[in-house]
Design a protein around this ligand. Structure first.
Ligand code: FAD
Length: 304
């Protein structure tokens, strides 16, 4: 199913994001996680593309696994890092040959050890150019792009960053998936401003349940997301108690999702981090149907 169809006619799209593990133990654990996530009948599961193209083949292998093993549509993330235009086309062809029908089109970041994104020789500088390339060469591919409610870390101001989000949509993206955020007001402001700028494609919030105090600093420095003091303080108080941290992080995400659902969102994209307990618990408490067709769900979802 193409991304455009996922949200068509008010359909609600649940999705999970995973990444290719680096060890055989990680592979085995991810297979178990996928068994547990698939029961939620997601509209798709996406698999990230490693920094600098480090997981180029694994991304496609996991997408194929998800589709073959679970009959769940997969979305392959893909970046411009280190590839010429021809190499980008070759990978996209391989994705298409693997049965992938949706691409998360990204610019990507500098590979480990480098500080700044460099355009590859004969390569692309921005995600919008990758969207254009995909639309030209693979017109039937569904295309998702990244959005930043708290602006992309490299951007000087939200206004110009928003214009760049609009460019990606104008180039042919079917849906926009946000960077993780913890304060819903950032998402609502971002969505309003994009609507004012004429964006009509689904804007899907990206949610990451944060169930470890130690992860707070890493997340905040990685993507610049504003971490609410009330969450940080509560996690810090129980930083030696894993169960309590899990409970606090999950309850925070449940509340966050409830408010988002009440305000109307086309779907939720969970940054699952190759784990299922957090997402499963959140979905159970939101009382969303587990295996039925997602179809058009009554609103407000969170209060059902
Ligand atoms: P762009 O949209 O190109 O934006 C990058 C920067 O350039 C922004 O500051 C933007 O404002 C600016 N810009 C854009 N267009 C122009 C223009 N025409 N002129 C001047 N400036 C411009 N990374 C991975 O490596 N692998 C993944 O699998 C991955 N998955 C992700 C999934 C999601 C949902 C999100 C939100 C991010 C993901 N990322 C991933 C991270 C992403 O690659 C980085 O955030 C990267 O720094 C920017 O990628 P982008 O596609 O947003 O780039």
């Amino acid at each position: 199913m193409r991304l455009q169809q996922v949200y068509a006619g008010g359909r609600f799209g649940l999705s999970f994001e995973i990444f290719p593990p680096k060890t055989p133990e990680g592979d085995a654990a991810l297979r178990t996680t996928l068994n547990e996530l698939a029961v939620w009948n997601p509209a798709f599961i996406s698999c990230t593309y490693g920094a600098g193209g480090s997981t180029s083949r694994q991304t496609l292998d996991w997408c194929q696994y998800i589709q073959d093993q679970h009959q769940v549509p997969a979305t392959a993330h893909f970046t411009c890092v280190g590839s010429s235009r021809n190499e980008l086309i070759q990978w996209l062809q391989a994705a298409s040959d693997s049965g992938v029908r949706n691409i998360m089109a990204l610019r990507g970041d500098a590979p480990h050890g480098e500080t700044k994104f460099q355009v590859a020789p004969d390569g692309l500088a921005h995600a919008s150019q990758l969207v254009t390339l995909i639309r030209e060469q693979f017109p039937d591919m569904g295309i998702g792009v990244a959005g930043y409610p708290e602006k992309h870390p490299e951007s000087c101001d939200l206004g110009s960053d928003l214009q760049h989000q609009v460019q990606k949509v104008a180039a042919g993206a079917d849906a926009l998936f946000t960077q993780l955020f913890f304060e819903n007001r950032h998402f609502f402001q971002f969505r309003n401003r994009l609507h004012e700028l004429g964006v009509t494609v689904p804007i899907v919030p990206g949610i990451m349940p944060i169930t470890e105090y130690a992860r707070i600093v890493r997340i905040s420095s990685m993507c610049g997301s504003d971490i609410p003091l009330r969450l940080a303080v509560r996690l810090e108080e129980v930083q030696h108690d894993k169960v309590a941290q899990f409970e606090i992080g999950v309850q925070f995400a449940i509340e966050q999702c409830r408010v988002l659902l009440e305000e109307g969102i086309p779907g939720i994209h969970f940054y699952a981090l190759n784990k299922s307990p957090e997402c499963s618990r959140i979905l159970q408490e939101l009382e969303l149907p587990q295996t039925s067709d997602w179809g058009i769900l009554p609103r407000p979802l969170g209060t059902r």
